[in-house]
Design a protein around this ligand. Structure first.
Ligand SMILES: *Cc1c(COP(=O)(O)O)cnc(C)c1O
Length: 381
């Protein structure tokens, strides 16, 4: 069977280094807030090109803590509005409602599946404080127009960078484009820990300090609590694992890009729409100065195709030994968690949720496997 994502195989590539890293942490006798977290934070800040990196427990907490810090800073208060794409993974929205802020759902562009920036302005009210952009499937959601809107209305831009770590827009990595970003190192993400982990990245000194404090019980000095904080810290052992894997991230993203390019060049089916088919420049990449890797605006966390025959196609691929997934089957506004939105209508969002199917993509996929996926998809009746 061709797995959707073979995590065992991905981590087996680095097994010796990962085992050494684990052994070092075990032997050190120090498991939280130590040298390894500091080292990983510094390496990640250097990689992304951002002033501050704060390790936290997971990607959801990274986003929660950014918003909580803005509340402590007096920049947002209960009931203020945050614009967010209606088709995001539910974590983006949970981070907003958890802080008693109001998500304002905005439709995505049907081709990119990212927030339709041209629709933002009509949703801005006197209570709008931020735009949360989500770099969905690994593709950066950004434009100069977005920057202008944020400036004109004095809004913060928060990046949900859970799926796009390593991507580059105009020479800058995702996670540095906005005022603050939430990053996830969930095992299946492009930079995956061996458990839960996440990080906040920001250039804002005050925000960084408050996020760090909030994630540690609201305390800078032990048993002195300035804020009603959370316990959301990055473990030493996960930081040590992530430091091993960070070195290989560009090479892994490059491999994902090659597979995506191969899929797009070779999947030909009248009933299947390829990702972002309107954007012919998607694969024209700029070599980056560092290490000979390309500058990618899309790091292909997920490779989606769209078809109105999704269920049949998925069954056919399963029967032929190809594991696929759906990202995501139910949009947030149709979830039981948000019953108050169940009657709202977001046509693009619903179409995306009804039509997308995610094909296997990973840095350890063999070319033979990629070709098998393509020939099966092409022969689907
Ligand atoms: C994975 C993910 C998150 C949450 O990250 P966790 O580490 O699982 O908490 C948030 N937003 C998006 C878009 C994600 O894909």
């Amino acid at each position: 069977m061709i797995k959707f994502l073979d995590l065992q195989k991905i981590n087996a590539q680095y097994a010796a280094e990962l085992k050494q890293a684990a052994a070092d942490v075990i032997d050190s006798g120090w498991y939280l807030q130590g040298e390894r977290v500091k080292q990983f934070e510094a390496n990640l800040a250097n990689y992304i090109g951002v002033k501050h990196t704060i390790g936290v427990a997971n990607g959801l907490d990274a986003l929660r803590l950014i918003l909580k810090a803005y509340i402590e800073m007096g920049i947002m208060r209960e009931g203020d509005e945050v614009i967010v794409p209606a088709n995001t993974y539910i974590a983006s929205i949970l981070a907003i409602t958890d802080n008693r802020l109001k998500p304002v759902l905005v439709e995505p562009d049907i081709n990119t599946c990212n927030l339709d920036i041209s629709l933002i302005e009509q949703h801005i009210t006197a209570r709008t404080r931020a735009i949360m952009v989500v770099h969905l499937y690994g593709q950066i959601c950004w434009s100069e127009k977005l920057e202008l809107i944020a400036k004109r209305y004095n809004l913060k831009i928060i990046e949900d960078n859970a799926q796009a770590i390593g991507a580059i827009w105009n020479g800058k990595r995702s996670g540095t484009l906005g005022d603050a970003a939430g990053n996830s190192f969930y095992p299946g993400k492009n930079l995956g820990a061996l458990g839960d982990a996440g990080a906040v990245t920001t250039k804002d000194d005050q925000l960084a300090e408050i996020v760090r404090t909030l994630g540690n019980y609201g305390s800078k000095q032990k048993y002195v609590n300035e804020y009603q904080g959370l316990n959301s810290r990055l473990d030493e052992i996960q930081a040590a694992f992530l430091d091993v894997k960070l070195k290989y991230l560009d090479a892994e993203n490059q491999r994902r890009h090659e597979i995506a390019q191969y899929y797009c060049a070779n999947i030909h089916h009248p009933e299947i729409i390829l990702p972002n088919s309107q954007n012919s420049s998607l694969f024209t990449v700029i070599p980056s100065e560092a290490k000979g890797y390309f500058s990618l605006t899309h790091v292909w966390h997920i490779f989606i195709i769209r078809t109105s025959n999704r269920e049949k196609l998925q069954t056919y691929l399963t029967e032929n030994g190809i594991q696929t997934l759906i990202h995501y089957p139910i949009p947030p506004h149709k979830q039981g968690a948000y019953k108050e939105w169940n009657n709202l209508s977001f046509p693009n969002t619903e179409q995306i949720h009804n039509e997308v199917l995610s094909l296997p993509i990973s840095p350890v996929m063999e070319m033979e496997e990629v070709k098998k996926v393509i020939s099966l998809v092409n022969s689907f009746l």
